[in-house]
Design a binder for this molecule. Structure first.
Ligand SMILES: Nc1ncnc2c1ncn2[C@@H]1O[C@H](COP(=O)(O)OP(=O)(O)OP(=O)(O)O)[C@@H](O)[C@H]1O
Ligand SMILES: [Mg+2]
Length: 266
């Protein structure tokens, strides 16, 4: 209903944002630059950041930007399925009929990766999201599965993404075999104050806003309440639009934002 009240063509701050509609914040660009770099070096990379920092979104943009005749993307969020489902998923993603024993499955996956890279000239790109959920045994498995030390060059790209404590866990002694193989590490920063304002305007423009809906003070309030994390900005802004519409305010002021954030439990 607020869409009509504010004459918007679509819902702003929605999850279904197309990759082409990204906002070029510095953390976003840093993430993409590092991912681009991995296209050349291959091997393992790690991206960590607070919830709602924009990791999954940037990874999706990166994945969609890859030329399918040169890269084969296999995206796997750890929140779905068991570890064995994951290995099977990798085999299936590589076009294999998964073997049932784990050792055979590992061998099968490694062979399939080599065939992709050496024979088909396609680099498999594995994106493992929500890795903070991974058990140590799984992290250890990954260091075995993605060990191609006998080869002169890495035949894959593996990106691990998750919350900041994933990085702490990787620095523990027993996870060193995996940690030592990680060539690229990046911790996602929040948006700066200026960026939050531009980010809000960006989303409002995509939604077809043709006049100012958030006052400068409202934007400042969203900036401080969200601490610059994109998902929180989205949430507070959405609740503010709802509240503003209910109160029949053409211009959303700080007061509405503060009440809306409280309603949203922020
Ligand atoms: N550069 C950006 N441009 C436009 N929207 C963005 C950008 N970065 C993040 N967002 C928005 O912020 C929301 C949260 O981002 P995302 O889901 O990627 O966070 P996350 O870091 O993966 O969080 P979690 O750790 O909880 O999975 C997304 O729905 C997306 O719409
Ligand atoms: Mg995510």
């Amino acid at each position: 209903m607020y869409q009509t009240f504010y004459s918007l063509a679509r819902t702003p701050f929605a999850k279904e944002l197309k990759s082409s509609e990204f906002f070029p914040s510095s953390p976003y660009q840093e993430m993409i630059a590092r991912l681009e770099y991995m296209k050349k070096t291959r091997g393992m990379g790690l991206i960590v950041g607070e919830p709602g920092a924009g990791k999954t979104f940037a990874l999706r943009c990166f994945a969609e930007s890859l030329n399918p005749s040169l890269f084969k993307v296999i995206y796997f969020p750890l929140s779905t399925g068991t570890v064995m489902d994951f290995y099977r998923g990798l085999a299936v993603g590589l076009g294999e009929d998964p073997k049932s024993r784990k050792v055979d499955l590992f061998h099968q996956i490694q062979q399939a990766i080599k065939v992709y890279f050496k024979e088909r000239k396609i680099t498999p790109v594995f994106i493992l999201d929500e890795m903070q959920m991974a058990k140590d045994a799984f992290l250890n498995d990954l260091s075995i599965l993605f060990n191609f030390d006998m080869d002169s060059e890495n035949p894959f790209i593996l990106i691990l993404a998750g919350l900041p404590h994933l990085s702490d866990r990787l620095s523990l002694n027993h996870n060193r075999p995996l940690a030592q193989r990680i060539m690229m590490r990046y911790k996602v920063e929040p948006l700066t104050k200026d960026e939050v304002a531009h980010y809000i305007n960006h989303h409002m423009q995509i939604a077809g806003a043709n006049h100012t809906i958030f006052s400068d003070n409202a934007i400042q309030a969203i900036t401080s309440l969200s601490r610059g994390w994109p998902r929180l900005v989205n949430k507070i802004a959405t609740h503010s639009l709802l509240a503003g519409c209910q109160a029949k305010k053409d211009l959303i002021e700080e007061e509405i934002v503060r009440l809306a954030a409280e309603d949203a439990g922020i």
